[in-house]
Design a protein around this ligand. Structure first.
Ligand SMILES: [Zn+2]
Ligand SMILES: [Zn+2]
Length: 495
């Protein structure tokens, strides 16, 4: 595969002078009619240029979604903003798929291959922040785009439109799709779309994520299970009649104590974290209701299922010992992300073709101030570079892209949308994502997505290799069973 990329890129550099003429050639139908020779030329330079020409349009789309900052399953206006762009570009848009009002699938073209891009657009609660390099919430406690999903959705839409334009101008067969996937942050929107069979005819998925470097090395993430454990007790006056009460909060506390002790006796790659989402209403009332929202993660799905069974047992033990009752509702259940090196190497080659960017003077000034608040400071010039390809890298995080990646060959890469060294889910990520730095990285992503998609349309043999790799990685006996079971999308999980 790397051999193939190498020879292609050598071919590209030999055709430097032809490439300069390509923008004019590509969109001129009479020239295309001359025959297949034109199609053999590399169209990616023209596509990259076409996306750059639309920088203002996509920048304002991202700014709008950043300002809306809508949380999972409540992204009505953000999804409408993206859908409008796609409808205007001639896509057929199906909205509200898989019982999620804010989801959509936008399609253009017909036949195979079917190349899919992913758009996320949900914000995170409590991380409101102005686009300034010091901590300054726009509205205290309100949501903010701390994972850069406004850029994520916009870059993917920009790429989908550019690929569609290329399908038209080159008269190529095939379908480009954009999947609008709500509630990535804990709502698992993609899982319901996979479960509904919406990816069944997709040949390859290209995705990306905002970050603080340009890097196409594939990540393998942790499978993740999350649930709300609800304890029910008996209310009573906490001073006058405590003997008649049974505290649901005691149930929660007993459970967290057992789970904390369990940490020593689970494999070291395990992650368990929780918050108490309801702990009672007043100190002088024995709480008759309390709720614990807990996640557990592990790289291997069967191992995670075992750990999860022990956590559920801990909840039952806690209820038994405190005279309360407990039930739980599964909220989150995502697979680990399965790397696909065939696709990731192709994306890496295209990311290198696009290249990084140098910050403007204003961006450097912004970044110099912001980085003083970062624990991990990296050189600002690194946005201009593309990180060396390092093969699959384990990352202790989770994404619902995981479920897609076990069903369709999937590549996901990152670009520098934030000041180098910025962690996701931070106010610093919201700040940079709300100004031109975020747009710079977003444009790199859009161009890389579009160039990679076109490369796949032009070379179906790469898709076949990617599918063979998927089969080999998941093993012959693999059957996809969603970790969420048959539950409906938790449309109210942020309410
Ligand atoms: Zn996130
Ligand atoms: Zn994210």
């Amino acid at each position: 595969m790397s051999q193939l990329i190498k020879s292609q890129s050598q071919g590209r550099s030999c055709q430097g002078s032809a490439l300069l003429l390509l923008p004019a050639l590509l969109f001129a139908a009479p020239v295309l009619a001359q025959g297949s020779r034109i199609r053999d030329l590399d169209p990616r330079a023209a596509i990259i240029q076409a996306i750059e020409a639309q920088r203002g349009r996509w920048s304002s789309c991202a700014a709008d979604i950043w300002s809306l900052a809508e949380v999972g399953y409540q992204e009505q206006r953000s999804t409408a903003r993206l859908q409008n762009e796609l409808k205007q570009a001639g896509f057929d848009v199906r909205e509200g798929v898989a019982f999620m009002p804010t989801s959509f699938v936008a399609s253009y073209g017909s036949g195979r291959p079917v190349i899919a891009l992913i758009a996320e657009f949900d914000a995170l609660p409590g991380l409101s922040q102005a686009a300034v390099p010091v901590r300054q919430p726009l509205l205290e406690g309100a949501p903010g785009h701390a994972c850069g999903h406004h850029l994520f959705g916009t870059a993917s839409a920009a790429a989908a439109v550019a690929v569609k334009d290329w399908l038209v101008s080159s008269r190529s067969a095939g379908t480009v799709r954009l999947y609008g996937t709500p509630a990535e942050e804990g709502g698992g929107g993609k899982v319901y779309m996979v479960r509904a069979g919406l990816f069944a005819d997709v040949d390859a998925v290209l995705s990306w994520h905002p970050g603080s470097e340009n890097d196409a090395s594939p990540e393998s993430t942790l499978a993740n299970l999350g649930a709300k454990f609800r304890f029910h007790g008996i209310a009573a006056h906490a001073a006058a009649a405590p003997d008649q009460g049974r505290s649901a909060l005691d149930g929660v506390e007993a459970m967290t104590h057992m789970v904390d002790m369990m940490r020593e006796h689970v494999p070291s790659q395990t992650r368990i974290h929780f918050i108490i989402t309801h702990g009672g209403s007043a100190p002088n009332v024995v709480p008759d209701f309390a709720e614990l929202y807990l996640y557990a993660r592990h790289p291997q799905i069967p191992k995670l299922r075992e750990i999860w069974d022990r956590i559920v047992k801990a909840s039952e033990g806690a209820a038994l010992g405190t005279g309360t009752t407990v039930d739980h509702e599964m909220i989150e259940g995502v697979y680990s992300k399965l790397p696909n090196e065939t696709l990731s190497k192709l994306v890496d080659a295209n990311l290198r073709k696009v290249g990084g960017y140098s910050m403007t003077k204003d961006e450097v000034a912004f970044a110099e101030t912001l980085r003083k608040s970062l624990a991990n400071q990296r050189p600002l010039e690194s946005t201009a570079a593309v990180t060396e390809y390092r093969g699959a890298i384990p990352v202790p995080a989770s994404t619902d892209v995981g479920d897609i990646s076990w069903n369709v060959p999937t590549a996901e890469f990152g670009t520098a949308t934030w000041v180098p060294g910025t962690p996701p889910h931070s106010w610093q990520a919201v700040a940079a994502g709300g100004m031109s730095l975020g747009v710079q990285g977003m444009m790199v992503a859009a161009k890389t997505l579009a160039a990679s998609a076109v490369a796949l349309f032009q070379d179906p043999s790469t898709i076949e290799k990617a599918k063979a790799e998927l089969d080999q990685r998941r093993g012959p006996d693999f059957v996809y069973r969603p970790l969420l079971g048959d539950r409906k999308p938790p449309l109210d999980y942020r309410k």
